[in-house]
Design a protein around this ligand. Structure first.
Ligand code: ARG
Length: 462
C-alpha cells in the first residue's frame, strides 16, 4: 500500500508501527471539520491564483463525494493511511485522480489537524453552553416553586441554619453561570485559525489566511506559525473548564444521592431516572447521579494527561500531540451525557417539603437567632453566644428543642427573654429574617431570581 509520504522510504512500514502510530481509530470524529477546512483551503488557493478555478471545482466535487460516503457510513477507514487527513486525501485522489494531489498545496497536517480541533471545540463549546442553560432553566423552575420551602442548611454536614430550598438550588445556578461564562470566554481563544502556518514556518505560496478564516467563520488568525501548530492551550482550557463544570455537577449529584436516601427523604428522583437491584426488590438506586459523580474522575484525568503530554515538548509539532485527541473526545462525550441527564433529572424530582419542614423542627438550627435576639436587647454577641450555647446544652440534656422550653426556663438564663422569643425561633421566621443581600429570605430570593432571569435572557438575545 503506497503512502502519501512514501517517496523517501525503501521499506514498507512495520505493521505494528502502523497500528501504534495511527490515529484514524479515533480522529475519524473530525471528518466533517477536516473536509470543511479543505473546502475553504482550496477556495482560498484558487482566489489567490495558486490553483486554477477548474481544479478547485473538481477538488470540491471530490471532497463532497468523500463527505457523502463518510456520512452514509460507506467510507472505509484504513489504518495504513494513519489518520483522518490522509484517509480523506487518499480517497479524494482515488475519486478524482492526480488533480486531488493539489489539495495539500501550502498546508501541512500540522496546521490542518490544529484547525480541525479548533473547529470541533467551537462547535462543542457552543453546544455545551446551550446544555448548561437547560440545566439552569430546570433549577430556576424548581426554585420558583420552593421559595418558601424551608430545609436545614448544613455546614460540616451538621445542621447549621434553616434555608429555603430555592436558595439552595440557586446556589448551583450561579456555579453553572460561571461555568458558562468560562466557556463563553474561551471561545475567543478557540475561534482562531491555525491553517496557513504550514508545517511550522509558513508557506512560500501567496496564500490569504484571513480569507480562509472568513470562509470558516474564525474570528482571528494565529499571528505566529510556530505557535499556531504547537498550541494546545485551547484544548487544555476546554478540559479545565469541563473539569470545573463536572465538579459542580458532581457536588449537586452528591446532594441528590444524600437527599434521596432513606435517612433524609428530602427528594425523590423520578422512577425513569433510577434503577433497581438484581437481588433486593425494594431498592431504587440513584445510579445517574452516582455515575455522574464518578465520571468526574476521568474528566480530571484527561486534563492531567494532556498537561503532562505537553510539559516537556519543544517547539513546534511533535507526534506526542496526537495524544491530545482521545481525552478531548472522551471529555466532550462525558459532558454531553451528564448535562443532558441533569436537566430532566432536576425537573422531574419530587421535593418532599413536609419532610424538610419536619427536619428543621427537630434541630437546634435556630440557635443563632436567639443569639441575635439577645444582641438586639443589648448583650454583646460573644456573651450571648456563650449563653445560648448553655441553653442548647440544657435543652439537649432535657431532651427538648429550643421551641419546647418555657419562658420561665429561658428567664433563668437572663431576664432579657420575653414572650416574643418564640416567634423568632420558628424556622420559617428564622429563614425570613435573613434579609441581607444574597441571604435566604424569600424577598432576597426574589431579587436573586430576577437576576437569574436576566442572565438567561441576556444569552438568548446574543
Ligand atoms: N494525526 C496527527 C495528529 O493528530 C496529524 C498531524 C501529523 N503530523 C505529522 N507531522 N506527523 O497529531
Amino acid at each position: 500500500m503506497s503512502k502519501l509520504w512514501g517517496g523517501r522510504f525503501t521499506k514498507e512500514t512495520n505493521k505494528l508501527v502502523e497500528e501504534y502510530t495511527a490515529s484514524i481509530q479515533y480522529d475519524k470524529e473530525l471528518a466533517e471539520e477536516d473536509i470543511a477546512g479543505s473546502l475553504a483551503h482550496v477556495q482560498m488557493l484558487s482566489e489567490c491564483g495558486v490553483i486554477s478555478s477548474a481544479d478547485m471545482l473538481e477538488i470540491k466535487r471530490g471532497l463532497n463525494v468523500v463527505l457523502e460516503n463518510i456520512q452514509s457510513g460507506e467510507f472505509e477507514y484504513d489504518v495504513s493511511h494513519e489518520d483522518i487527513h490522509m484517509n480523506i486525501e487518499k480517497a479524494l485522489i482515488d475519486e478524482i485522480g492526480p488533480v486531488g494531489g493539489k489539495l495539500h498545496t501550502g498546508r501541512s497536517r500540522n496546521d490542518q489537524v490544529a484547525t480541525d480541533m479548533h473547529m470541533y471545540l467551537v462547535k462543542k463549546v457552543n453546544l455545551f453552553i446551550t446544555h448548561i442553560e437547560a440545566v439552569q432553566q430546570a433549577i430556576v423552575k424548581q426554585a420558583e416553586e420552593h421559595v418558601e420551602t424551608v430545609l436545614p442548611g448544613y455546614t460540616h454536614l451538621q445542621r447549621a441554619q434553616p434555608v429555603s430550598f430555592a436558595h439552595h438550588m440557586l446556589a448551583y445556578f450561579w456555579m453553572f453561570e460561571r461555568d458558562k461564562e468560562r466557556f463563553q470566554d474561551s471561545l475567543k481563544r478557540t475561534n482562531m485559525l491555525p491553517l496557513g502556518a504550514g508545517a511550522l514556518a509558513g508557506t512560500t505560496f501567496p496564500i490569504d489566511r484571513n480569507r480562509t478564516a472568513e470562509l470558516l467563520g474564525f474570528e482571528d488568525v494565529y499571528p505566529n506559525s510556530m505557535d499556531a501548530v504547537s498550541d494546545r492551550d485551547f484544548i487544555l482550557e476546554f478540559l479545565s473548564n469541563a473539569s470545573m463544570l463536572m465538579m459542580h455537577m458532581s457536588r449537586l449529584s452528591e446532594e441528590m444521592v444524600i437527599w434521596s436516601s432513606q435517612e433524609f427523604q428530602f427528594i425523590e428522583l423520578d422512577d425513569s431516572f433510577c434503577t433497581g437491584s438484581s437481588i433486593m426488590p425494594q431498592k431504587k438506586n440513584p445510579d445517574v447521579p452516582e455515575l455522574l459523580r464518578a465520571k468526574t474522575g476521568r474528566v480530571y484525568g484527561n486534563l492531567f494527561s494532556l498537561l503532562t503530554v505537553l510539559k516537556g515538548l519543544p517547539l513546534a509539532y511533535n507526534k506526542d500531540m496526537q495524544e491530545d485527541k482521545e481525552g478531548m473526545f472522551d471529555t466532550a462525550k462525558t459532558l454531553d451525557g451528564a448535562l443532558k441527564l441533569l436537566a430532566p433529572m432536576i425537573a422531574t424530582m419530587t421535593v418532599k417539603t413536609e419532610n424538610m419542614k419536619q427536619a428543621v423542627n427537630e434541630d437546634y438550627s435556630n440557635a443563632t437567632d436567639i443569639a441575635d435576639y439577645l444582641v438586639n436587647k443589648g448583650m454583646t454577641f460573644r456573651e450571648s453566644h456563650e449563653m445560648i450555647g448553655k441553653i442548647v446544652l440544657y435543652s439537649i440534656q432535657h431532651q427538648k428543642y429550643l421551641l419546647d422550653l418555657t419562658l420561665q426556663e429561658y428567664q433563668t438564663f437572663t431576664p432579657l427573654f420575653e414572650e416574643d422569643v418564640f416567634d423568632i425561633l420558628k424556622p420559617a421566621n428564622v429563614m425570613n429574617a435573613r434579609k441581607s443581600y444574597g441571604g435566604t429570605s424569600p424577598e432576597q430570593i426574589k431579587v436573586q431570581l430576577e437576576l437569574a432571569y436576566h442572565h438567561l435572557k441576556v444569552k438568548e438575545n446574543v
